[in-house]
Design a binder for this molecule. Structure first.
Ligand SMILES: NC(=O)c1ccc[n+]([C@@H]2O[C@H](COP(=O)([O-])OP(=O)(O)OC[C@H]3O[C@@H](n4cnc5c(N)ncnc54)[C@H](O)[C@@H]3O)[C@@H](O)[C@H]2O)c1
Length: 254
């Protein structure tokens, strides 16, 4: 997909990776880029980028976001489910923390797809970009809530690609390791996620534009992740032993 003249919506677009995607998509000539977020944009936005408040844990707010964006700018060509949260260090996360992380990191993707896919099929196709994480292919040392929900996001994107791929629905799944955003701000160089280096959000956006151009399912800004994923599939037992050793180097994980 070329971004030129497209209408794009990005959740979690007020800051970090989402904001970098918005800037980059605008530079590629998108006709409208709606950044939707629970928080105000970290820096001011100008045409064709517009901000809309949206809490993605509420299905009706996602519905209203999609309807308003389409009323203003016509059909959405690309919807990016990018908002995400991390927390829950250790085994004893509260049920509230589990539910909130499931809602932001997985259910928001499900609700956007439920609302958009029927519309997209009716008009001949559409594109979804879902931000998971390398943690969704491997794991997140320290955080069960993040590991589990990001695996959920990977599974859901795979399922959409298989189920609707022949009906014009394209899906890309973004799985970075450490990126320099608010999410990694409290960590020492991204903690364990930073073992292969911390990327800047603008560099991630470059990789995403190339991945969308190639209509590639799996977009890996850190190319090492493909090899780790292969090793996990090749020998799960060995991979688990290796991850335990890695945990000794990063006892708090995140
Ligand atoms: N930073 C990393 O190292 C890294 C690595 C892999 C994956 N990711 C994923 O990338 C995505 C973007 O994260 P980021 O690193 O840019 O972090 P970030 O904290 O800078 O951005 C996340 C954005 O999501 C928004 N958000 C949170 N809850 C929301 C809600 N309920 N409704 C609407 N918006 C909400 C936040 O306000 C924020 O603007 C997330 O899905 C994250 O899990 C990040």
């Amino acid at each position: 997909m070329k971004l030129e003249s497209k209408h794009v919506v990005i959740t979690g677009g007020a800051d970090g990776i989402g904001a970098a995607l918005a800037r980059r998509f605008a530079a590629e000539g998108a006709r409208a880029v709606v950044v939707a977020d629970i928080a105000e944009p970290a820096s001011s936005v100008c045409d064709p980028i517009r901000f809309r408040q949206c809490d993605v844990t509420d299905r009706e707010q996602i519905r209203s976001l999609i309807e308003t964006a389409e009323d203003l700018n016509g059909p959405i060509d690309l919807f990016c489910s990018n908002a995400g949260i991390i927390g829950g260090i250790g085994l004893h996360s509260s049920d509230d923390e589990w539910r909130r992380t499931i809602d932001v990191n997985v259910m928001a993707h499900v609700w956007a797809a439920q609302i958009l896919i029927p519309k997209m099929i009716e008009r001949g196709g559409g594109y979804l970009l879902n931000t998971a994480s390398a943690a969704g292919l491997l794991t997140q040392l320290g955080s069960a809530t993040y590991s589990v929900t990001k695996h959920g996001a990977v599974g859901f994107a795979e399922w959409i690609a298989i189920t609707y791929g022949d009906q014009g629905i394209k899906v890309s799944l973004l799985c970075p390791q450490a990126v320099r955003t608010n999410m990694t701000a409290g960590t020492d160089q991204g903690g364990v996620a930073g073992v292969d280096g911390m990327m800047e959000p603008d560099a991630v956006a470059d990789v995403v534009v190339a991945g969308l151009d190639a209509e590639q399912f799996l977009i890996l800004p850190h190319s090492e992740v493909a090899e780790y994923f292969r090793r996990k599939a090749d020998d799960y037992e060995r991979w688990l032993r290796g991850m335990r050793r890695l945990q000794e180097r990063f006892p708090t994980g995140w």
